[in-house]
Structure formats: C-alpha cells, structure tokens
Design a binder for this molecule. Structure first.
Ligand code: SF4
Length: 384
C-alpha cells in the first residue's frame, strides 16, 4: 500500500476486524495502551473502537507532549516572558494550556507579555535575528520527534553568533515513561490499570528506532507493536498484539515498517546527543518524577540555555481543581469520567491540557462527537 486511502480501506478494515474477533479469546480481556495521542485520535476519528469486540480495550496513554508538561514548567515559561521581558516563542497548542489559576500563555499575552506562536524553530531564530536588542526564548516541548529541530536551532544560533537566542528545554523521552507506567510505586499508589501490551509510538520510533523498546518488552514481559497512525495500521497492530498475548510472547514487533527501522535515524540521534544530555529526573503531568526521562542542554551549549540565563522564582503550581488529566494520562480514567468534560471544559474553554492539544484524549472524545451531545450543558465557571 502506498497512499493514505489504502490505509483506510473499508473492506480491508472489515477483514482485519473479523481476524481480531476470531483470534481474541472470549475468556480473556486484552487491555492495550496506545502511547501516542495520534493513535487515540485515529481510534476515535475512524471508529476503530467500534470494530473491536468487547474484550479488546484501548487504554489511552501519556503520549501527548503538550498534555504531559507539568503546570510548574508552564508557569515558569509565563514568568520568563513577564518578568524578564523576553520574546517567548512556542508552538500553537501550548498557548491555551491553563497553568496555575487558569493562567495560560495566551492570557499573559493579552496582558501585555510578548509571546509569539511559531511553526518551527527556524521561525524563532528569525525573530531573534530581526530583534537583536531583545532576548528571544524558544519554549521547547515534545518527544524525540521534535528534539532534532531544537538541536539544529541551537547549533545554528551558535554558528550565526545569535547571543540573544536561548531555549527553555522541556523535551521528554518515551521509553522511560512507558517503563515508569509499569514500574513506578507512585503510579501504583495513584491507581493503575492492567496493561497487556502497547501500541508503540510511530513518529518517535522513526527517530529512535524500535530497539529502545526491546529491553522494556523483555524486562516487563509486555509486547510492543510499533504502529502507524492510519486506522488500518492501528487495527493490524492490535491483531499483532493479540497474537503475541495469545502465544505468551513479549517481543517488539514493527508494523510501521514503511517508516521505522530497528536502529532509527542515526544522524538525528547523533545531532541530539551532541547538544543534549539526560536529566536525572523530570516531572511529567500524571506520572510524577520520572528518572532519566527528559533532556537538558549540554554545558558546551550553556549560553543557549534559558534555564541558566533567566532566574525563575520558587512557586506553588496547581492544576485546575477537578481536572482529571493526570489520571487520564496514566490510563486510569477516561475523559468521560471527568465531571468537567463537556460541561465547563470544552475545546473552546479548556480546563486541562488533554482538552487543548490536538493529540489530547479529551479533545479526541469531544472532536469526534460520540460524547459531545450527551455531555453538552450550560457552561459554568470553575474555581482554579
Ligand atoms: S475534560 Fe477537561 S477538565 Fe476534564 S480531564 Fe479533560 S481536560 Fe481536564
């Protein structure tokens, strides 16, 4: 298959759905976590969920980079913009995520902070070139897919001698997060859900390859299938997971062979390792502190590190009260379990990151409509 339409073919979908029904043993349940928000959206957008038998369940994971950023880091970004008077550049989805007391970047912008939405790191560099008298900070978020462009920007800034450019680095790593979901006592204490296998990240794996998941599959005895984002990718990967579970295997298999290799993109990995190094610990929304799960800028590039250039105050950061994003990101709850879903919280008036981001689980439930009409009721204000 070469074109998108072929990965949405109705007859093929029916045939894979039949295969799943035939192979899923009626006496057991298959809880499959889709790590990526892109998979969650494919499952809802194309009705994949409706084609599954009752005992095959999708559990939504923490694979949305906007959703997993803890409120504290967002509050810090607002502070850098407001207190230090910089031009703060970031990707669009971050603009509307509510921080403490529901204060978002877009609200700070409305109050006068110079916060600009960019489409790429190159846009941020251009703003730095065009404003030599101002400090420009790129608020970098994302998994392994968005890390190489940030590394390129830092190297380019050095090459051009752009002393007014820096990066507030919040890049996070997926294999550690998956391991943490299964291993961490904190997550167990907060409530956990049985997971029998993982639909592994697709775009992320195009950079890091499928190999990093092998240790994890072996260590925790859970199968992983690297899955593409089209509906037939998700369905085929589900079938592959069911087969592994039935056979008692726990290997990493690659359904997304048209993009992902075992070793990944070595050039991108080399670039990233030259500019970034591992943080000992980083907080994820919903998962708490996860060891070795994020990157920081290496000492060699310290002059481009906004954390070193701009001081931020100690503060107490808090999510919107009653928002269930943390539990949703751990796979413990569904968006419809949140009492704010569709009442005070909608994409027009988001209370949490899972409703803002185009990859968020709450946005998927809402956008594809199944729960929208049921949930809709007059909007009311909520205390932060
Ligand atoms: S519906 Fe809104 S408030 Fe509830 S968990 Fe999702 S984002 Fe948070």
């Amino acid at each position: 298959m070469k074109y998108a339409d072929e990965f949405r073919d109705r007859d093929l979908a029916k045939s894979i759905a039949l295969g799943i029904r035939q192979e899923a043993h009626p006496g057991r349940t298959y809880n499959l976590m889709e790590f990526c928000g892109g998979h969650t959206h494919a499952i809802f957008r194309y009705g994949v969920k409706d084609l599954m038998p009752e005992n095959v369940r999708f559990v939504h994971g923490p694979g949305c980079p906007v959703c997993v950023l803890p409120v504290r880091r967002l509050d810090d970004a607002v502070e850098i913009a407001e207190r230090h008077g910089v031009i703060l550049c970031t990707y669009g989805d971050m603009m509307r995520v509510p921080g403490t007391k529901q204060r978002s970047l877009i609200r700070a912008k409305a109050d006068g902070a110079d916060i600009r939405m960019v489409y790429s790191t190159m846009d941020a560099l251009k703003i730095a070139r065009d404003n030599p008298g101002r400090q420009v900070v790129f608020f970098a978020i994302g998994f392994e897919t968005t890390t190489p462009p940030t590394a390129v920007a830092i190297k380019q800034a050095r090459k051009e001698g752009l002393s007014n450019f820096s990066v507030f680095c919040n890049h996070v790593l997926t294999p550690s997060a998956i391991g943490h979901i299964l291993a961490s006592p904190e997550v167990r204490d907060l409530g956990t859900v049985r997971i029998d296998g993982f639909l592994g990240p697709s775009h992320v794996s195009s950079v890091i390859g499928s190999e990093p998941y092998e240790f994890f599959a072996e260590e925790f005895g859970k199968p992983v299938v690297i899955a593409g984002f089209e509906p037939l990718d998700v369905m085929q990967s589900t079938l592959m997971l069911i087969r592994q579970i039935n056979e008692g295997r726990h290997h990493v298999e690659n359904e997304y062979t048209r993009v992902v290799t075992r070793e990944g993109n070595l050039k991108a990995q080399d670039l990233v390792s030259k500019v970034f190094e591992l943080r000992q610990s980083f907080e994820w929304r919903g998962l708490g502190k996860v060891p070795y799960s994020a990157l920081k800028i290496r000492k060699d590039f310290a002059e481009f590190d906004a954390e070193k250039r701009f001081e931020v105050s100690e503060k107490v950061s808090r999510e919107v009260k009653s928002c269930e994003c943390p539990a949703i990101l751990r796979g413990v709850k569904k968006p419809t379990d949140c009492k704010l879903f569709g009442t005070v919280c909608t994409p027009d008036n988001p209370m949490g990151s899972c409703m803002v981001s185009s990859e968020g689980a709450c946005a998927a439930y809402w956008t594809y409509g199944r729960y929208r009409d049921k949930a809709r009721s007059p909007r009311r204000e909520v205390a932060a």
